[in-house]
Design a protein around this ligand. Sequence first.
Ligand SMILES: Cc1cc2nc3c(=O)[nH]c(=O)nc-3n(C[C@H](O)[C@H](O)[C@H](O)COP(=O)(O)OP(=O)(O)OC[C@H]3O[C@@H](n4cnc5c(N)ncnc54)[C@H](O)[C@@H]3O)c2cc1C
Length: 805
Amino acid sequence: MKTTTRVCIIGGGVVGCSVAYHLTRLGWSDVLLLERSELTSGSTWHAAGGFHTLNGDTNMAALQGYTIRLYRELEEITGLSCGLHHVGGLTLAQDRDRMDMLLAERAKHRYMGLETEIIGPDEIARRAPVTNTAGLLGALYDPLDGHLDPSGTTHAYAKAARIGGATIATHCMVHETIPRADGTWTVVTDKGTIHAEHVVNAAGLWAREVAAMAGTYLPLLPMEHQYLVTEEVPEIAEIIAAGGEHPHVMNPAGECYLRQEGRGLCIGFYEQPCRPWAVDGTPWEFGHELLPDDFDKIADSIEFAYRRFPALERAGIKSVIHGPFTFAPDGNPLIGPVPGLRNYWSACAVMAGFSQGGGVGLMLAQWMVESECERDVSAMDVARFGDWITPGYTRAKVVENYQKRFSVSYPNEELPAARPFRTTPIYDIFDQLGAVWGHQYGLEVANYFAEEGEARLETPSFRRSNAFEATRREVRAVREAVGINEVHNFGKYRVTGANARAWLDRIMAGRIPRPGRVTLSPMLSPRGRLWGDFTISCLDEQTFHLTASYGAQGWHMRWFEHNAAPDVRVENISDRLTGFQIAGPRAREVLVACTRDPLGEMKFMDVRRATIGMVDCLVQRLSYTGDLGYEIYCDPMAQRALWEVLWSEGRKQAMKPFGMRAMMSLRLDRFFGAWLREFSPDYTPGETGMDRFIAWSKKADFIGRAAAEAEREAGSPRVLVPFAVEAEDADVHGDEPVWIDGEVAGFCTSGGYSHTTDTSLALALIPRAAAREGLMAQIEILGQRRPARLLGTPLFDPRGARLHG
Ligand SMILES: Cc1cc2nc3c(=O)[nH]c(=O)nc-3n(C[C@H](O)[C@H](O)[C@H](O)COP(=O)(O)OP(=O)(O)OC[C@H]3O[C@@H](n4cnc5c(N)ncnc54)[C@H](O)[C@@H]3O)c2cc1C
C-alpha cells in the first residue's frame, strides 16, 4: 500500500467515492481512499436509491440537479451501469400551505433551468395511477426524479476515480489520525502508516468516531429508517406490460415516498415516533446487517398510505429494509475545512447520498483544489455550527429534522426543538415585555413583541402572518420616537497588534478607518466574490472592532486563521460583548440623558468609549434601521444595568422594544442588503453595489483585488435593484422569479413589507441592460405574477438626512 499521499479519504461509501472521483477530475490524482470493509459498507448498501432535485435551498437544489445529471456521464466513463430509472416524480399537495410551497418551488425552478410543472388531480391520476386523488389539490412534477442501484453507482464513482489515478484500498481500517507540525497528517491503519497532506472524513455512519480521532466533534447523529418492498402489484404489472414505468410519488401529508420496485412497489416512511440510533457511538462491528423490523413505529404511517395508495393494502410484503443513516441538526451535509484543524476536511452527514453525493464531491474537490467553490455552500458548510454545539443539542435537532422532513417549511418558521438554549442576561426582561422568540446560531433573538391578549407565537405562513400588525407598531415607534433592540446577534471580532492595520488592509477591500471612525467594507474571496460584509471601527492605531453576520462566525474565523499574519491577534468576541441598539429621531436625546460624556456631538460613523449610566461601553453612531441610531456594546455582565438606564430614560421619549421582523422591514426602507440574501459568495461587489465601499485607491493588494478590478473594468452583467410590488397578502421572501417582457430575467434576493411607506418591496438581481427607473416588471409570488415597478431612490428619507443628521 502507498505510504504517502496528497489526499487520504476515509470511507468508501457513495460520498467518499464521489469525493475521490471529483478530486481526480480536477487534477489531483494522488488520492488514496481507505475503506475498512468492502465499498458501500455503511448506509450506502441499504439505500432505496431514490433521487430528486427538490430542496428549499437553491444551491442545494442546483447541486442535486448536478448529481442526477452526472450519472449518465459516470456510466459513459466507466462502462458500468448505475441502474438508472429516470421515471420522474410527483410531490402531492392536499392543503393550501403545501400548494403554496410547491408554487414557490416551481417559481424558483424557472430561473434555475429546472423543468418542473404544477399538475392537477386528473393529471396526477393519469401519471401515477396507484394514487387515490381524493382531497388532492395538485402536485409538483419533476422529470429528473428517479432511482438507481446504490451499489452499482458507488462502484461507478470508484472506477471513475481509479481511471483518474486514485488508489482504493478496501479492508483497511483507520485507527488514528495524528496532526503533524507542518499541517500534514499521519494516518494509522491496520495495514500500515500513511503520511497524507490532507485528510477527508467521509466515514458516514462512523463520521463521529473518525472525527474524534482528530480531536474534534461533528454534529451529526444516525437515525433509523425503514422501507418496505411489496410482492407484485397488478396495477404495476399492467404499466410494465404497456412498456411504461410508474413515477415516484412523494406524499408529504403521509410522510412517505413511493416508487416502483420490479413488478411491485417500494414505500419508505419518515415516521413521527422515530428513533435515533447508536446515540453514544456507532459500533465498529456494525456493517452489512439490518436493524430488526419495527412495524409498530410505522403503523400509523402505513394506515395512511393504504388510503392514498390502496393497491398497497392488497399486496403482500416481500422485504423490509430497516437501517441507519446520518443527519446534521438542519438535515444538510457538513462539508468543508473543519474549523480549528489544518488540512482536515469533512464530507459527512449526507442524508441523501444519491441526490446530493455528486454535488458534495464536486464542491469539496473545488474547495480543496481551487480554494473556492463555484457557488455559495454556506447551507452545507461544516462551520455553520459554532463551538457551542453539543451532542444534546444535536440529538434534539436531528430528531426534529427527521420528523419534519416532509413538513411544509415556511419562510417565517421558528423550529422549537432545543430551545431556549443560549440566552443573554436580559432574556427574562424581554420575555416579560412580550417577546416572540426566534433563534439564530443557537441564540434566542426577539422577532417581535406581542401586546397583552395577542398570541405569543407567530403563525407559520407564506403569506403575511399575525406578526404583521406588531411589526408595524414597532416600525412606527422607531420612525416616530425611538426603539431599542439587542446587538447580541452580531458577529464581533477584536483585531489588535502592531500589524493590525496592514492585515486589515489586506483582508478587507474597503477603507480601514482612522481612530475614532467607522467604515463599511466588503471582504472578498480571491475570485472577487463577497466573502463578508463588515463594519470596522478603529479605537486606536492598534485596536479595531469588527461586526458582521452572527451566523457567519465559524466561516469568518476560519478565513482569518487561514490568513493569519505575525503581530496581529484576531479574537472572536461575539458572545463576550453584548448591548443594545437604539434608533429613531429621539435616540440622541435618550443617549445624552444617560451619560455625562459628550455623546451628543458624535457624528455619523463615529466611535467612542463612554460610560452610560455606570456601564463602560463602546458606542458607534450608525444604524441598520436607516435612522438616527447608536449601537452600544458592553460586557454581558453589565447588560441589565445598561438596560435599566436606557429604558428608564427611553420611556420618557416613548421608547419601545423592537425585534428582527421590524429591523428587516426598516432596512428595506433604505434598500439595505443583508448577508446571505443580497450579499453572499454567489454575488460580486459590482452586482450588489458593494463596489462603492471598495477603496480602489488604497495601496494594499487586498484579497480579490485583481478580480474586483476586472469586474469594474468590464461591468457586471446583472445588478441589484429595488422594486415596489403590487402584492396582495403575500410579500417577497427571496428566490421569486422576475419577469421582464414575458421572460424570466432575474430573481429576488429578499423582500418584505415596508411599514414606513406602506409598500411591498423586493430586492432583485436583473440584467443591467434592463435596469432603469420606472421599469415595469412582474414578480411571481405563489404562482401569481404581480406588477412590480423599479424604484430609483428610497421611498423613506431619500437623501439620508435622518441617518446622517
Ligand atoms: C433505509 C435507508 C434508505 C435510504 N434511501 C435513500 C434514498 O432513497 N436515496 C438517497 O439518496 N439516500 C438514501 N439513504 C441515505 C443514504 O444511504 C446515505 O445518504 C448515504 O449512504 C451516505 O453515504 P456515505 O458515504 O456518507 O456513508 P456510508 O455509506 O455510511 O459510508 C461510510 C463508509 O466509511 C467506512 N468507514 C468508516 N470508518 C472507517 C474507518 N475508520 N476506516 C476505514 N473506513 C471506514 C465504512 O465502512 C463505510 O463504508 C437511505 C438510507 C437508509 C438507511
